[in-house]
Design a protein. Structure first.
Length: 437
């Protein structure tokens, strides 16, 4: 293993790419601790010490910003606006035919969609920055903190703060694209990985401090088992064999090859978990806006019901709804991103067929049949992994940023596997021997 790492750094091109990626990661982490203009850093730390920032929106958004959100830093919005913009553009392909045409045009169409994603990221960043500044001014961002986060909240300071946060989002997007172009791996995925990994030591340390050594060791054992299970499922795929008939093009004979269509068990990735978390946050957000602020008027009954069952995540009803929504969104997202009819038509166009299945509509029906069967274990797997932090909340009173479960472990394992594959492929090109034997 050490010799393989040595080969990585002895390869000039790969060494340059790795050092460039590490440099971008360093800048990204430094930006998470630089206070935005007009924000009182001392007051922010005082509010964080009160510990009123757990659950719901805080844990979820703060996860993708690497702790920058609750520090109210220049990178407070993190990578979340880009993730949201990417998902929206992908879903719009179903609604807007022009987007689907661009997707099918190849590299030129993809560059156009990427440009749309950038514009939408900046627009969402501006919207999120305005919301964040409003919450910071009112004191609601850090759990109704008694000291002001923005002492001098005049118009110029507010506008400067919004522009800075939006520019921070644009810079993160630019750094991610630079890593993709000049570094190793997918830049956006690497930055998400770094954001989540930054909170791991603190989360594990909290378990050790609060629960003791025995529980801490038990959590580590369970964590290793979960990581192994996630790696196994993420690498699992159903390979559907495809054969291409021989055909004459001029004087050349093309085709006559065999290949396969890899259908992963978890084709949807982490998107269903993000969708389900966002949907389940809406009731608590509505309840928050309908809770009286005078402290004397009791809230309506339906607000109390939402606060009891749909806020903390430790109630069986919340867990059941969360699990069911993840299963639903898994099927929904797979149906949008994988089109069996389109795959069957492309195969037919180039003379490909599945052995024993006629080309055209029978092939599309067969692919749809296989997809529906293989998506079920993938959906159940996603639901169980997403429930791990909630079960830890009930069993050992951990918070919802429990490290070994949910979106964090899915993203970290997935990005880690893809990055290692890319480094391995580049090593094999130069040394005929990969990173891992």
């Amino acid at each position: 293993m050490l010799s393989a790492i040595g080969r990585v750094f002895r390869t000039p091109d790969l060494r340059r790419k790795l050092l460039f990626t590490l440099g971008i990661i360093t800048i990204y982490r430094l930006g998470a601790f630089i206070p935005a203009p007009g924000v009182d850093y001392g007051n922010v730390q005082q509010c964080l010490a009160l510990g009123n920032t757990s659950g719901g929106l805080y844990q979820f958004v703060n996860l993708f910003s690497g702790g920058a959100l609750l520090q109210v830093s220049i990178f407070a919005l993190g990578i979340m606006p880009y993730i949201t913009a990417s998902i929206i553009v992908q879903l719009l392909r179903v609604v807007i035919p022009r987007f689907q045409e661009l997707h099918e045009e190849g590299a030129q169409g993809q560059s156009k969609l990427t440009q749309y994603t950038r514009y939408l990221t900046i627009a969402l960043g501006l919207l999120n920055a305005t919301t964040l500044v409003s919450l910071a001014r009112s004191g609601a961002l850090l759990g109704n903190c008694p000291v002001p986060l923005i002492p001098d909240d005049n118009l110029v300071t507010i506008i400067l703060l919004i522009i800075t946060l939006t520019a921070g989002t644009g810079m993160i997007m630019w750094m991610g694209e630079l890593v993709t172009e000049k570094g190793v791996g997918n830049g956006m995925s690497i930055l998400i990985f770094v954001s989540i990994a930054a909170g791991f030591p603190n989360a594990i340390g909290e378990i050790l401090t609060a629960q003791g050594v025995n529980v801490f060791l038990g959590v580590l054992v369970v964590g290793l088992f979960v990581i192994a299970a996630v790696i196994f499922v993420e690498q699992s795929q159903r390979r559907i064999p495809v054969q291409y008939a021989k055909r004459m093009v001029g004087r050349r004979t093309l085709g006559g090859t065999s290949t396969y269509i890899p259908i992963k068990v978890n084709m949807a990735g982490v998107i269903p978990v993000i969708f389900a978390s966002s949907m389940l946050y809406l009731p608590s957000l509505i309840a928050q806006f309908n809770t009286p602020t005078d402290g004397t008027t009791p809230p309506p009954e339906w607000v109390n019901w939402i606060n009891t069952y749909l806020v903390r995540g430790d109630h069986p009803l919340y867990m059941a709804l969360y699990f069911a929504m993840i299963v639903f969104f898994t099927y929904f997202y797979v149906a949008i991103t994988f089109n069996p009819t389109e795959v069957a038509e492309n195969m037919k166009k180039y003379g490909g067929f599945i052995p024993g299945i006629r080309a055209g509509r029978p092939t599309a029906d067969y692919l749809e049949y296989v997809l529906s069967r293989i998506t079920l274990p993938g959906a159940l797997y996603l639901g169980l992994i997403a429930l791990i932090p909630l079960m830890a909340l009930v069993l050992i009173n951990a918070n919802q940023s429990f490290p070994f479960g949910g979106t964090s472990i899915l993203i970290m394992v997935g990005v880690g596997l893809e990055t290692v594959k890319q480094i391995n492929a580049q090593l094999q090109q130069r040394h005929y021997e990969g990173l891992l034997r």
